[in-house]
Design a protein around this ligand. Structure first.
Ligand code: SF4
Length: 227
């Protein structure tokens, strides 16, 4: 299966989908959005890394705001930072304009806070790598997540399990988008940090929660006793 350019969904949507399919649907199908402190901080961090440019740091070259896409996964996006590491051999790297030798890309994704071990971040990073692999015809063994709060980075290996999980998530996300349907809320810990909490009303709109049950919980009695 291959998608067309018009069918591409943003890689950032994959993080929303991994976090909560309902959040993905509210943002990308219903076009709802609201900021909380986490998304504002995250946007500020990304604005700094999304200024296009290149620079050299020793044996590593850096490209900011590099755009890419994968027709196989139906994804497009922009990398915060792609490092280019000098490699030996003709099959593991590509030439860079104005620089000798061959270079292999190493995507680096910036995240606010310390919670940079969440699987959804790894899936998003892997999606970037799969896009670069498709566009350049190269294999990318690893990339890194950078935590804005601690200024630490952690390497993520793009193993078979992560690649399969990323492709499967992209497929499920496209299925939900094509269906144009918003799933019911499933209230959980994730809801506490969700920027769409007030729009979603997860305690009211959950699949197992009726309006009657919500009113009883909220007002301490059945609707007839309240109204
Ligand atoms: S409030 Fe909870 S259920 Fe609703 S979109 Fe956010 S994470 Fe999903």
């Amino acid at each position: 299966m291959s998608y067309t350019e018009a069918q591409l969904l943003p890689i950032s949507a994959l993080e929303h989908f991994q976090f909560c399919p309902r959040q993905f649907a509210l943002i990308h199908i219903e076009r709802q959005w609201t900021d909380n402190v986490m998304t504002v901080q995250g946007s500020a961090l990304h604005e700094r890394t999304h200024e296009p440019g290149t620079e050299a740091r020793g044996a590593v070259r850096l490209t900011r705001a590099l755009r890419f896409r994968s027709l196989r996964l139906g994804l497009s996006g922009m990398a915060d930072v792609v490092e280019w590491h000098r490699v030996e051999g003709d099959t593991v790297g590509v030439p860079l304009a104005g620089v000798g030798g061959r270079w292999r890309p190493y995507p680096v994704e910036y995240k606010r806070g310390k919670a940079h071990e969440e699987r959804c971040y790894e899936v998003q990073l892997c999606a970037q790598a799969l896009c670069l692999e498709e566009m350049l015809g190269l294999a990318l063994p690893a990339g890194a997540l950078y935590a804005g709060a601690t200024h630490q980075r952690r390497e993520v290996e793009f193993d078979e399990a992560l690649r399969a999980e990323t492709a499967a998530a992209a497929g499920r996300m496209h299925d939900l988008f094509a269906a144009g349907r918003t799933p019911p809320a499933e209230y959980g810990r994730k809801c506490r940090s969700c920027s769409l909490y007030e729009l979603c009303l997860p305690k009211l709109c959950g699949g197992g929660h009726s309006v009657r049950a919500y009113l009883e919980q909220a007002f301490g009695g059945p609707p007839g006793a309240i109204l």
